[in-house]
Ligand binder design. Sequence first.
Ligand SMILES: [Zn+2]
Length: 413
Amino acid sequence: MIGATTSGELRAHNRVRLLRAVHDCGATRTRSQLTRDLNLARGTASVLVAGLAEDELLHEEPAPEPARGRPTQVPGPHPRGPVALAVDVREDAWELAACELGGRTTVLGLQSHDGTPEGVLGPLGDAIAAHRRRLGHRVVGVGVALAGPVRHGGLVDIAHLGWRSVDVPHLLGLEGEAGAEGPIVGNDTAFAALAEARRGRLQGVRVGLHLHVDFDLGGVLVVEGRPLAGASGMGAEFGHMPLAGGDRLCPCGAIGCWGMDVGANALLRHVGLAHGGGRGRAQAEQVLATSEEAVEANARALGRGVAALVNAHDPEVVTLSGHGVELYERAGQTLMDSCGPGLMAIRRDHPPRIEGSALGWRGALLGAMESVFDAFLTPEELEKWRENHPDQGRDTPEQQNVTHSTLMGAKPL
Ligand SMILES: [Zn+2]
């Protein structure tokens, strides 16, 4: 318990803890389980849940299988509660979803695009604006995953599409709106890694390595549940290291990038099909399903790079998402056989586990959602939510309102 020095601050802190616990467990734990998890008194938990329900942040449903004796309630998202809009912008299409506390996700749109900044972000910005109008105050933020390095402020480079310093918030029409926060723009691999750490196979892992394979591959180290972002926000670029021994010129400008040999573009190139520019997903999936030789070549290059990164970073687990899951399923042995000899001898007795993602292709989208809720689940943002809901809390005693406004400017000791 750090920083909360008054009963009001303690309550605000516990509101965040409870919502965070409900969100992280996927709204599956009963009120009494959460009460124990958070080491709260039963009466305190009841008051907290009632207050959060009144603010339309939580809603309780009876547990599917009530414990003997008394009915049990499971706190989950309120039907008029906060929504994170999350987008995964891939090189050939984007997917937009609405996510509730707990992680329930409703896909709102999936649309292919022409690959130009205006062609991608114009229609996407319109779609986001339409859903924000429809959902109103419920939208607490927008998270956008993109397949390239992202600098602080949302400037994005996607070498395969010829994007250079594209101002994503500006082209989405989401910057500078009165009272509205700009979008949280992030790299798809870093978001996929974040989701894997929260809801997938990197949960509870101290040092993990996550690799996301789409048209090429990205990779990022995850330490204590956090993808390492780098000084300017441009981590997650292991795909642009010469790890597999290739010598081709990469669209990023470097020679021999690992991503030239792993992913949909490499599969297409292997069988002599046109590739690049975010085109050819269906053909690449066909190659993945039918060409053992192309799959094996991809898996060998993947394994070599994994060995190099394991030598450098010593992760406990290596997780693979996107096409990485299929490469692991189709050619797992080749991947391991290629990885093994690249490991330092001292690592070979205890190599890290390599696993397919538990989240498949949804990781980037879910990571975008997590970033929005990370920004929302703070005492300050929950207070703003209350203030934006003047019709709620009408039954709150006057005394509490006074306490709140008095504490707003109080500094923790
Ligand atoms: Zn490169």
